[in-house]
Design a protein around this ligand. Structure first.
Ligand SMILES: [Zn+2]
Length: 460
């Protein structure tokens, strides 16, 4: 199986190398901003000409939005607008122009409905302060050194890796991987290099080809499985989260910058800000590590994995920290399971958004009309079942898979459905045991061969 995946390593840059990367990222931004200004100017000019009644064939010619067209325009103008251009790799300008071409395409596709999901806005200028510095190399000498502790990139030279790249190096030496590109980027105050790699993966099958597992992402635990297993949060996560709160509070009490009054931040504020950034990174790293271990194990073990379709974008608006982190983890869990089940030979089923997995009794199928988030234990009035809330939900999810297998597969989730489904909660109704899955949900498309992601819809 041939896949494209990323290998990402933290870098230890020397001050000189850091300056060089910053400069290249700046060059990328300059090309991006110049091209965006040009695109806007041409659009404005054409609109003005049209309003004067200039016939279409005499209008200012359009500036193409493809990378090739933008690059041609940039190359024609660079001597004038950026006489310093020979100091930088052409890949730097390419990085910026490619980002703009994608942004413009996404905007156009979103407008015409070709692109599903949330509306994409028109590209905006990148500021030095707000944008994340990055530069991508697609050609030239890109390699991992034989010592596996250094990467070589065009112009930037030999960069020290913070950790060994042996996993990637072994694959390259075995001839099962090929580097397509490398991006150097700063993430939360730390530099990383991400290699985009084409990998030949061995075909695999899950260890338990008949087993199904329902996964419910929790707050207290990382996840609860329908098998009754509680997957605890990674060690030290709670301590790291506590430190995050402490630092955020400390920061709010110190003198921060204010652009209106031109107040400079105090040194104490800057120091706390730096510590807070590192604490954020640590929490994120711990969670990501825990999630990766969980999803790898699930995809390697179970043939069928069932998760909920939660409205992650909507829930992220919630400001409670614990909830926020759990929700952010959910989107990531689903993303990882999607590609890992693809690699592992299993399948991922996604329950319909309105399926009341928490409110349904996993014993008799009765659905409660109300269940407060604070009720951590499910108590069924009908059959007297008493069960941990998350475990009950996980069992319902697993049961859902058994029903689809007998009733045939449901429709494939179209991303457009996420946008169209109204957010207001639908009233939970009694689930009729044994009902087949109803097909047909806004924005869903019929099943296609080889797809692993399905939406399970309950007849309400
Ligand atoms: Zn019950």
């Amino acid at each position: 199986m041939r896949t494209v995946q990323a290998y990402r390593f933290a870098l230890d840059l020397t001050p000189g190398q850091e300056r060089a990367v910053f400069a290249h990222a700046g060059a990328a931004r300059a090309a991006y901003n110049w091209a965006l200004a040009r695109v806007k100017a041409v659009m404005g000019q054409r609109a003005a000409e049209r309003s004067y009644g200039v016939p279409d064939q005499q209008l200012t010619p359009v500036l193409g939005w493809s990378l090739a067209a933008l690059r041609k325009a940039w190359n024609a103008a660079k001597a004038e607008v950026a006489p310093w251009w020979p100091q930088y790799s052409k890949e730097a300008f390419n990085t910026g122009l490619d980002a703009l071409a994608r942004g413009l395409t996404n905007w156009a596709d979103s407008r015409t409905g070709k692109r599903a999901g949330r509306r994409v806005g028109f590209p905006r200028f990148k500021s030095r302060r707000r944008s994340r510095p990055a530069v991508r190399f697609t050609t030239g000498a890109i390699r991992v050194e034989p010592d596996r502790m250094h990467a070589v990139l065009p112009r930037l030279g030999r960069l020290k890796l913070h950790e060994s790249a042996r996993k990637l190096a072994r694959r390259i030496e075995a001839g099962t991987a090929r580097i397509l590109s490398a991006t150097v980027r700063r993430d939360r105050g730390r530099w990383h290099v991400a290699f985009t790699v084409e990998v030949d993966r061995a075909e695999r099958t899950p260890a338990r080809p008949d087993a199904t597992v329902g996964v419910d992402v929790g707050i207290k635990n990382l996840a609860v499985l329908s098998t009754g297993e509680l997957v605890p949060n990674p060690r030290h996560l709670n301590a790291a989260s506590r430190r995050l709160r402490t630092l955020a509070r400390r920061l709010s009490r110190r003198q921060g910058p204010d652009r209106r009054t031109r107040q400079q931040p105090s040194r104490r504020w800057q120091r706390t800000q730096k510590q807070l950034g590192r604490a954020h990174a640590r929490v994120a790293n711990l969670r990501r590590d825990g999630l990766h271990k969980l999803t790898t194990r699930l995809a390697a073990t179970y043939a069928t994995i069932v998760v909920e379709d939660l409205n992650v974008a909507g829930m992220l608006a919630n400001r409670r920290l614990a909830r926020h982190i759990a929700d952010a983890g959910f989107g990531e869990l689903r993303r990882q399971l999607t590609y890992k089940t693809g690699w592992g030979g299993g399948r991922l089923l996604v329950a319909d958004r309105w399926y009341p997995s928490s409110k349904t009794c996993s014993g008799c199928g009765t659905v409660k009309t109300k269940l407060a988030l604070s009720e951590r234990t499910y108590r069924c009035q009908a059959c007297g079942l008493v069960l941990d809330r998350d475990l009950n939900a996980a069992r319902n999810l697993a049961a859902l898979a058994a029903e689809t297998t007998t009733a045939g597969s449901g429709p494939v989730a179209g991303r457009g459905a996420d946008q169209k489904t109204p957010l207001a909660g639908r009233v939970a109704v009694k689930r009729l045991p044994g009902t087949t899955c109803s097909v047909g949900k806004t924005g869903t498309v019929p099943p296609q061969g080889g797809t692993t992601s399905h939406t399970l819809t309950k007849a309400h």
